[in-house]
Design a protein around this ligand. Structure first.
Ligand code: NAP
Length: 489
C-alpha cells in the first residue's frame, strides 16, 4: 500500500462476494493508477462473467432475510454505516484523491455528501408508506403497498467514487433490496473501503457485493448483469452512450432501469444579475473536480450588456486557481482522470480556436505535464464549435454572448442533453419563467451548487431516466402492489 491511512484495513484490494473477500475466478488482477503521478496504487481482481454470476447468486440468497427485516431494523444498520463512514472520512478522502485526482478538500466534501445519503435513506426507510384507495364497490377495500424490487445492481463512474455508490446503495437498502455493485475500474479502492465499513456496521453478508473489473472486462460484467433474470433493477451512472447500450441489453429481461447520464449544462448570466455572485457561482459550477462532473457548466451564456465585465472578473478569478496534485493544500484543479480525457479536452479547445474562439485565460501548468489541463476561458464561442454540443469534462469555460431572454432559452435548449442548468437574475418573474422553460431535470438559480441528498437528482432527454436522492429515490427500488380485498360485509 502506498497510501498512509489511519486505518490501514480500509485499503482492501480484494472483491466482496457474499461473506468472502476474494480474487477473480481467473486469478487475473488489474492495476489502479494515481492520475496525478501515474504511480500504481495497487491492484484489484479483474472479474468476469462467472464472478458476476456468483455475486448475483449471493445477493439472491441474502434477499429474503434482508427484505424480511423491518424498515426500522434496516434503518438502524444504515445509521451505523453512516457513523462509520463519517468517522473514517479522512481515510476515505485520501483514497478518493489518490485514485480520482480531485483536490483533498473536495474529496472531504464528497465523503460528507456520500454519507448524507446513508443518513437520509436511514430516515426514509421507515416512511415508505402505501395508500388506501376509496373502493369502487361497497364490499371491497383497496390497498397499495410498496415492496422491494429484489436484487438490484449498480454500475458507477470514477468521478464520484463514493457518492455515486452510496446514492444508489442507500436507497436500495432502505427499500429492502440487496445489491451487486460494479465500481469504475479507475476507482475501486474507495468502493472496497465502503464495503469494509458496511461489514463493520453489521450489514449482513451478501447484501452488498462488489465486483471489480477492468476496462476490458466491464462490458462482460455489464452484460451478465443485464441478462440476468435475478437482477430486477439496474441503476447506471455514466456516459449516455454506455447508458443506451446497457438499457438495450436490460430490455431483454424487462428490468427496471435508472440512468444518470451525461450533461451539457448551460450557465446563464442575465444583465440584471449580481456579477460578483455570478462569478463565484461560475467557478463552483465549472471547476469542481477539474470540470469532470455531469452537472458542470458546459456552456456559459452572458447577456451582451454585461459580457465584457463578466469576462474580465471571471478570467481574473480563473487565473488564481492553483493547479497541482489533489493531495497538496490549496490546489483547486487536479489532474484529469487519464490520457484519453486529456486528449479529448485538448481536441475540443483546438477545434474551438480553429473556429475563431479567443483564449482569455489559460493557466500555466508548468512542469506538471501528465494529465494536468490548465483552467481555460474561451470567448467568441459559437454553436459551430464541437464544445457547444459535447460534454467537455475538463476545466474549460466557453462563453457565448446573447441578446435577449427568448434567444438564450432557445440556445440553452439546443442540445440533446437535459441534466442541470444554472442562471443568475434578480428578477423574480424571470426566475420562474426561465426555470420553467429550460429543458432539464435540475435548475440552480443564483447558485452554482445544487446537489443534496434531500432533493431529486436526475435528467431529461439524453441525460437519463429516473431520480436519485430525496423521497423519490426510493421509487427506483420498489414495486407497487395493489391488493383488492373483497367480501366485506
Ligand atoms: P462511462 O464510460 O460511461 O463509464 C461509467 C462506468 O460504466 C464505468 O465504470 C465503465 O467502465 C462502466 N461501463 C461503461 N460501459 C459499460 C458496459 N457496457 N457494461 C458495464 N459497464 C460499463 O462514463 P465515465 O467516462 O466513466 O464517466 C463520465 C460520464 O458519466 C460523463 O458523461 C458524466 O456526465 C456521467 N456522469 C453522470 C452523472 C449523473 O448523475 N447524471 C454523474 C456522474 C457522471 P469502463 O470504464 O471499464 O468502461
Amino acid at each position: 500500500m502506498v497510501l498512509k491511512l489511519t486505518d490501514g484495513a480500509l485499503f482492501q484490494s480484494k472483491a466482496l462476494i457474499g461473506a468472502r473477500v476474494c480474487e477473480s475466478s481467473s486469478g487475473s488482477r488489474v492495476e489502479v493508477l494515481d492520475p496525478a503521478t501515474s504511480q500504481v496504487l495497487g491492484t484489484v481482481p479483474e472479474m468476469n462473467s462467472t464472478d458476476t454470476q456468483s455475486a448475483i447468486s449471493e445477493a439472491e440468497k441474502a434477499l429474503p432475510a434482508w427484505r424480511g427485516l423491518t424498515a426500522g431494523a434496516r434503518s438502524d444498520l444504515l445509521k451505523k454505516w453512516y457513523q462509520l463512514v463519517t468517522a473514517a472520512s479522512e481515510d476515505l478522502a485520501i483514497l478518493i484523491t489518490a485514485e480520482c485526482g480531485k483536490p483533498i478538500a473536495e474529496s472531504r466534501g464528497e465523503v460528507a455528501y456520500a454519507a448524507s445519503f446513508l443518513q437520509w435513506y436511514a430516515e426514509e426507510a421507515t416512511r415508505a408508506y402505501g395508500d388506501i384507495i376509496p373502493p369502487h364497490q361497497a364490499d371491497k377495500r383497496l390497498l397499495v403497498i410498496k415492496q422491494s424490487i429484489g436484487v438490484a445492481a449498480a454500475i458507477t463512474p470514477w468521478n464520484f467514487p463514493a457518492a455515486m455508490i452510496l446514492r444508489k446503495v442507500a436507497a436500495a437498502f432502505a427499500s429492502g433490496c440487496t445489491m451487486v455493485v460494479k465500481p469504475a475500474p479507475q476507482t475501486p479502492f474507495t468502493a472496497l473501503a465502503l464495503g469494509v465499513l458496511a461489514g463493520r456496521a453489521g450489514i449482513p453478508a451478501g447484501v452488498l457485493n462488489i465486483v471489480t473489473g477492468s476496462i476490458d472486462s466491464s462490458i462482460e460484467i455489464g452484460t451478465t448483469i443485464c441478462k440476468s433474470q435475478t437482477v430486477r433493477a439496474l441503476s447506471f451512472t455514466g456516459s449516455t452512450g454506455a447508458g443506451i447500450s446497457l438499457a438495450e441489453q436490460a430490455a431483454s429481461t424487462v428490468k427496471k432501469i435508472s440512468l444518470e447520464l451525461g450533461g451539457n449544462a448551460s450557465f446563464i448570466v442575465f444583465d440584471d444579475a449580481d456579477i460578483d455572485e455570478a462569478v463565484k457561482g461560475a467557478l463552483a459550477a465549472k471547476f469542481r473536480n477539474s470540470g469532470q462532473t455531469c452537472v458542470c457548466a458546459n456552456r456559459f451564456f452572458v447577456q451582451a450588456e454585461i459580457h465584457d465585465k463578466f469576462v474580465e472578473k471571471f478570467t481574473a478569478a480563473v487565473k488564481q486557481l492553483r493547479v497541482g496534485p489533489g493531495s497538496e493544500a490549496d490546489v483547486a484543479i487536479g489532474p484529469l482522470i487519464d490520457a484519453r480525457a486529456f486528449e479529448k479536452v485538448t481536441t475540443l479547445v483546438a477545434d474551438a480556436v480553429r473556429h475563431g474562439a479567443n483564449v482569455e485565460a489559460e493557466g500555466d501548468v508548468g512542469l506538471l505535464g501528465g494529465h494536468f489541463f490548465p483552467p481555460t476561458v474561451l470567448t467568441a464561442v459559437n454553436s459551430k464549435m464541437q464544445l457547444a454540443h459535447e460534454e467537455i469534462f475538463g476545466p474549460v469555460a466557453p462563453i457565448f454572448k446573447f441578446d435577449n431572454e427568448s434567444d438564450v432559452i432557445r440556445l440553452a435548449n439546443d442540445t440533446e442533453f437535459g441534466l442541470a442548468s444554472y442562471f443568475y437574475s434578480k428578477d423574480i418573474s424571470r426566475c420562474f419563467r426561465v426555470a420553467e422553460a429550460i429543458e432539464c431535470g435540475m435548475v440552480g438559480i443564483n447558485t452554482g451548487m445544487l446537489s443534496t441528498a434531500t432533493a431529486p437528482f436526475g435528467g431529461v432527454k439524453s441525460s437519463g431516466i429516473g431520480r436519485e436522492g430525496g423521497r423519490y429515490g426510493l421509487d427506483e427500488y420498489q414495486e407497487l402492489k395493489y391488493i383488492c380485498l373483497g367480501g366485506i360485509t
